[in-house]
Design a protein around this ligand. Structure first.
Ligand SMILES: NC(=O)c1ccc[n+]([C@@H]2O[C@H](COP(=O)([O-])OP(=O)(O)OC[C@H]3O[C@@H](n4cnc5c(N)ncnc54)[C@H](OP(=O)(O)O)[C@@H]3O)[C@@H](O)[C@H]2O)c1
Length: 300
């Protein structure tokens, strides 16, 4: 047997704890890739369909661990994971636990310490896609922690989506996850607030979408040029030749006043204006708008 097939063989038995919408999607992907799967969920009936398709239903989380070379956990939060394992005597004996529950970096660090105390090889992770996209090769799942654990189980993890190992620091996967969600919500809020401004003049979202999303986003808020400027953020270099913070404050003032005039929510533009004002007060008035990055890096 080659070392590679040994790894395949070893990971053929997978344990899964948590069968919410995401856990069920993980189960589907694992079954689709031919893994034998042992599952446990608080509400046992959620496993019925999986059992009909060949999965084993365990009576406890300890049984899942005993039947599996790697156990994946996907629950509502980390506290639930402790509650489940603290109520049973699960014998990991150095086998891996991959936690795909969303949380914070401190929660991931506490989980690593808990796992070390129980003789568990622990990898933390986060899922960047909704349940229907799990299992597609282009769907990214984030991992952090021991590189050796990741490499050993990489083939299995690749059956859930594109596995990205972000570093040994255990909190990195959930930190990246939160950063990307932060970007998603602020971007979506930008679109929604702008649409509300147009709605105040009875322009439909559908009508506005063509200009806002069809032209403005790709042509002006252009992701390639944002990526090109990333090194400037790292270097704290914000040349103001093409537009200064003071000029941008003027635009933010217009957004705020127009929101107030049109009777739509004005807190979001007011906050953006306030952040630019703070940047100017800190001496960035003649630099470009990206200097607000210096405000974001500070604890408020
Ligand atoms: N759904 C998404 O779109 C999505 C996308 C990316 C990441 N995620 C992450 O994936 C994780 C799971 O999400 P989800 O969508 O499957 O739903 P969820 O509501 O976050 O988690 C549901 C799971 O937690 C279990 N659970 C909750 N309280 C429990 C308790 N006291 N004791 C035992 N089990 C308990 C549920 O068991 P019962 O079935 O018995 O209630 C179920 O298995 C979360 O961390 C979420 O942030 C979800």
């Amino acid at each position: 047997m080659t070392p590679e097939s040994a790894i395949d063989q070893q990971d053929n038995s997978i344990g899964l704890i948590g069968l919410g919408p995401m856990g069920l999607a993980l189960a589907d992907a694992l079954i689709a890739h031919g893994h034998s799967l042992t599952v446990w969920n608080r509400t046992q009936s959620k496993a019925d369909d999986l059992v009909a398709r060949g999965a084993e239903r365990a009576d406890s989380a300890a049984e899942v661990v005993a039947a599996s070379s790697i156990t994946i956990v996907c629950l509502d939060n980390y506290a639930t994971m402790y509650r489940i394992f603290d109520s049973v005597d699960a014998k990991f004996d150095g086998r891996a636990l991959v936690n795909l529950t969303s949380g914070t970096p401190n929660e991931a660090r506490a989980a690593l310490a808990w796992a070390a105390g129980h003789g568990i090889d622990y990898l933390d992770g986060a899922i960047m896609v909704p349940p229907p996209l799990v299992g597609r090769p282009e769907s990214v799942l984030l991992y952090s922690g021991g590189r050796g654990i990741f490499d050993e189980h990489r083939k299995t993890l690749a059956d859930l989506g594109d596995p990205r190992h972000l570093g040994a620091e255990i909190g990195l996967a959930v930190l990246y996850n939160t950063a990307l969600l932060d970007m998603m919500y602020t971007t979506v809020n930008g679109w929604l607030h702008a649409t509300a401004l147009l709605d105040s003049a009875n322009v439909s979202a559908r009508e506005f979408a063509e200009l806002a999303l069809g032209w403005f986003m790709p042509a002006v808020v252009d992701y390639a040029s944002l990526a090109e400027q990333a090194p400037d953020l790292d270097a704290a270099d914000y040349p103001g030749a093409l537009g200064t913070m003071a000029m941008n404050l003027n635009s933010l003032e217009h957004i705020t006043r127009t929101s107030e005039e049109q009777g739509v929510h004005a807190e979001q533009p007011r906050l953006m204006r306030e952040i630019a004002e703070r940047a100017i007060a800190d001496g960035y008035g003649e630099q470009n708008y990206f200097a607000v990055y210096e405000q974001f890096k500070k604890r408020s």
